[in-house]
Design a protein around this ligand. Structure first.
Ligand code: IVH
Length: 679
């Protein structure tokens, strides 16, 4: 569990305490307004929670200070914003108390048992969808009202917009349609749609040009939740329709003309029967240990989903028990939100530095004021490329919203424009970012082609120190020549000691050379020399990949090697002969042919050959080359004429590869009957 965020000490002086309460309420109200009305928060969830916790602590210590309109007593923002009619909820839309770990879950159960000492509870575990709470009213099965939560008492009538949300039925199905029913749930935008929308919006902004030739900063959404909220609260429902919004139903607000459900389990069954989508990961949990395990499981798996969840909700299923437990302030005692550690935070962008990649790409990255996200201190974030920085309009000194997704390196979502440092005339202090014109490692000019997103150092990898080092590291890496005894750090040491400047130099290293490196004793030296020697037997495909030729990945290298069989046949091949191989194509063909035609590269190949490298293909396990080479497939569901393994074998025989999971690079998804989540 991450460390508890710091809560400030409660002021002892009553005047100071009252002033602090005022200040906290002001900040929280501002944050609520930005979050719920503007859909544009400038405070991270973690910072918001910390302020709310502090306010609650002071109010608990000094109940005199509690007021009915304190943010601790209300949910969300108070005013329905202009443009939508107000809708008063027949039953208030409640919020949930939070638990951040198993102990706090246990404390929640204990509080329930204090009220119902003899009860046995059955729990329902649900995902806490990070979307927008909705109340949908159906009269005799027809949708008549869709309302936002608002402050829990009064929300906004967004019926027209709700009608264009996927998964919200206009009429209920089944034969048990009540006179009137209110279904509650969450509208959300899939994470992939959110990313696409932000990309589109920043591309739009980049097309517009200010007087000074720069582009205006795009107002980007901070996260899928804000994106869903902003998309839903459009004045024109046609705008909403263009956004990919979905709905998970999780509660019956009230029902008239038929008995209320006796449990959450039954409520969900009815909701499903009426034609709603209930989240498929709902689970009935017999004990609190099961509930804790459910929460931990989803904390680890949250990034598998294409929608954001910020926790789990554990509900006591039985309705009688729910009623007896009742509500305190704004939270029912029968349910609790297990909140995951936040994955977003704000910090300051101090500097943009550039790394040079193996193929000469200039890879900008951000240097940040260190900040804790989900228990990890983050100091750097990747920035992809110049265009990306300019699209987001990131400037040095900006306060930025930072996000971690799974194990992935943190990303900067957007600058917080409201906090941008401005000069006396209201212009940004920092200029728009531009990449350096010369390589920071070797000083060679930088080239960027129109059709490419990346900029490159124009020097060859053998002559740009940063590239050379990456090249050596790549050469020895697994998947390439796999020289176990010479790792990344050893490469750097060998290069720094002037012992190795290109891969061929590795094969001339002596025990005496290695003995000069720190930490190299007899055993380690012997290991290194042995693994260097063994690498000479790697097949041609591995070597071609290891040479680090632009666009020549592991798979392409193997396809080319298998096709030509031998380095000399490849060296004699024309560009077209290479490009014509299925799965290769003109871009790779040109890159590979040009590389091989270069005199220095030929000399390198000859030195490698002289060192005893094998340079022939591994014919024992050729990848079939065929019309489907270079294309990837996933099969899901039941096929009509073949089993899945049969179909997969047939695709592989034609050169296709069978992928293990759906990703951006997947070219085909073949779905049969009853296809699963992959579809
Ligand atoms: S139950 C009284 N179930 O989380 C119960 N809420 O912080 C209130 N939410 O207002 C809602 N997923 O907007 C419930 N499976 C789920 C939920 C869920 C997301 C949201 C909802 C609620 C907020 C509470």
């Amino acid at each position: 569990m991450p460390a508890e965020p710091q809560t400030s000490a409660i002021p002892t002086d009553p005047t100071a305490r009252a002033a602090r309460v005022d200040e906290l309420r002001r900040q929280l109200e501002r944050a609520n307004y930005e979050y719920y009305i503007l859909d544009n928060p400038t405070l991270s969830d973690a910072d918001y929670d910390a302020l709310l916790r502090e306010l609650r602590a002071i109010e608990e210590a000094d109940p005199e200070l509690v007021t009915p309109d304190s943010p601790t007593q209300r949910v969300g923002a108070q005013v329905p914003s202009a443009g939508f009619a107000a809708h008063r909820h027949p039953r208030p839309m409640l919020s949930l108390a939070n638990a951040r770990n198993a102990e706090e879950l246990a404390a929640w159960e204990k509080r329930a048992h204090n009220i119902l000492p003899d009860a046995t509870f059955t729990y329902v575990g649900e995902l806490k969808i990070d979307g927008l709470a909705m109340a949908l009213t159906y009269e005799r099965g027809r949708l008549v009202m869709g309302a936002t939560r608002g402050d829990g008492i009064e929300g906004e009538d967004v019926t027209a917009n709700v009608r264009v949300v996927h998964d919200i039925p206009h009429t209920l199905t089944g034969d048990d349609i009540p006179e009137r029913v209110e279904i509650r749930g969450e509208i959300y935008m899939p994470a992939s749609s959110f990313e696409r929308l932000n990309e589109e919006m920043s591309a739009e902004a980049a097309k517009r040009v200010n007087d000074d030739g720069t582009s205006p900063a795009a107002k980007l959404y901070a996260n899928p939740r804000n994106s869903a909220a902003g998309s839903l609260r459009q004045k024109d429902w046609r705008m909403t329709k263009g956004r990919n919004l979905h709905f998970f139903a999780y509660q019956i607000g009230y029902v008239e003309g038929q008995p209320e459900p006796t449990s959450q389990v039954e409520a969900l069954a009815r909701i499903r029967a009426w034609g709603f989508v209930v989240n498929p990961n709902v689970q009935v949990l017999p004990t609190l240990d099961d509930a804790a395990a459910y929460c931990l499981e989803w904390q680890g798996r949250r990034f598998e989903l294409d929608y954001e969840i910020d926790g789990c909700v554990i509900k006591i299923s039985d309705r009688h028990q729910q009623e007896e437990l009742g509500v305190v302030a704004r939270d029912p005692r029968w349910a609790i939100a297990y909140k995951f550690p936040p994955i977003q935070a704000t910090t300051v962008l101090r500097e943009i530095r550039v790394n040079i990649g193996r193929t000469g790409t200039l890879n900008p990255y951000a240097v940040l004021d260190p900040v804790n996200i989900g228990g990890v201190t983050v100091k750097h974030a990747t920035l992809h490329n110049e265009e990306d920085i300019q699209r987001k309009d990131l400037r040095i000194g900006d306060t930025v919203l930072l996000q971690r997704a799974g194990d992935v390196i943190p990303q900067i979502v957007k600058p917080i424009l409201e906090k941008r440092p401005l000069d006396g005339e209201g212009n940004p202090v920092a200029p728009q970012y531009a990449l350096p014109r010369v390589c920071p490692s070797c000083g060679a000019p930088v080239r960027k082609d129109e059709e490419e997103v990346m900029a490159y150092c124009t020097n060859d990898m053998a002559h740009c120190p940063a590239q050379t080092l990456e090249w050596l590291r790549h050469y020895v890496s697994r998947g390439a020549m796999d020289i176990m005894g010479v790792g990344e750090e050893v490469c750097a040491a060998l290069y720094a000691a002037d012992l190795v400047h290109d891969p061929a130099d590795l094969y001339h290293l002596t025990a005496d050379d290695l003995a000069t490196l720190e930490g190299f004793k007899a055993k380690r030296i012997a290991n290194a020399l042995k693994s260097i020697e063994e690498s000479k037997q790697r097949p041609l495909g591995k070597l071609l990949f290891a040479l680090g030729i632009r666009h020549v990945g592991e798979k392409v290298a193997r396809i080319v090697a298998d096709r030509f069989g031998d380095i000399d046949v490849l060296l004699a091949a024309s560009q077209d002969e290479i490009a014509d191989i299925p799965g290769v194509g003109p871009i790779i063909g040109e890159s590979l042919h040009t590389w091989l035609a270069n005199d220095e590269h030929r000399a390198l190949i000859e030195r490698l050959r002289a060192a005893g490298l094998r340079m022939t293909a591994d014919q024992s396990a050729p990848i079939p080359v065929g019309p489907l080479t270079g294309q990837s497939f996933i099969l899901t569901g039941r096929l009509e004429h073949q089993t899945r393994p049969q179909a997969e074998a047939a695709l592989a025989a034609l050169g296709g590869t069978i992928a293990s999971s759906v990703s951006k690079t997947l070219s085909h998804l073949i779905a049969g009957a009853d296809a699963g989540s992959k579809l």
